[in-house]
Design a protein around this ligand. Structure first.
Ligand SMILES: [Zn+2]
Length: 189
């Protein structure tokens, strides 16, 4: 159990041990509920066919929502970034989740990410603005430049302003910082 828990992000050996001991102390019914919830989520939740955000339906709630501006697309690395941006309640456009960032060290090139579907979306729909919202890490920067160059012929491309700490992670930024980062976005050069 400790070995398995250690595979989770942010869980080191000590935390894994603490979680395992906690789980052992709980009643069996509670543990079954937890185990079933994990399996059920894995079985039911997939990716939205349009934006690649996690979704229980083929098309996610945000893509289906007619009140959201389909002419603005915010590009993020992962679904947790979408969740973080949604918490600000400031953004009313749609999203596109890349499924990671370009990272040659980890063997992740552009073709491993959902970049082509994004280019297709932007070139086919009447998209007025693409906001690139990737973490200000080396990999995030590389991906921002790559995606920005690809999309520039089709639409206005902006990137969120960083107020976010350099090397910091988008998903850990507080709502105020994210709101300011969105408001202060700048046109991609
Ligand atoms: Zn979607």
């Amino acid at each position: 159990m400790i070995e398995q828990l250690r595979h989770l992000p942010g869980v080191g050996p000590k935390t894994a041990q603490r979680l395992a001991l906690h789980i052992l102390k709980r009643p069996e019914t509670e543990i079954r509920t937890l185990a079933n919830a994990l399996i059920e989520a894995k079985e039911k939740v997939g990716l939205c066919q349009v934006c690649f955000h996690i979704s229980a339906d083929p098309i996610c709630e945000i893509c289906r929502n007619p009140h959201r501006d389909f002419q603005v697309i915010c590009v993020t690395a992962d679904s947790c970034d979408v969740i973080a941006l949604e918490k600000t309640r400031e953004y009313k456009g749609k999203y596109h989740v890349l499924g990671g960032v370009i990272s040659p060290m980890d063997g992740i090139g552009p073709e491993q990410l959902y970049i082509q579907p994004l280019v297709r979306r932007v070139s086919q729909d009447k998209v007025k603005e693409v906001i690139i919202a990737l973490s200000p890490t080396v990999e995030g920067e590389t991906t921002t430049l790559y995606v920005g160059q690809l999309l520039k012929p089709f639409t206005k491309v902006t990137r969120i302003a960083f107020g976010l700490p350099i090397g910091g992670d988008l998903e850990y930024a507080d709502e105020m910082t994210l709101t300011r980062a969105l408001e202060g976005r700048q046109e991609f050069k």
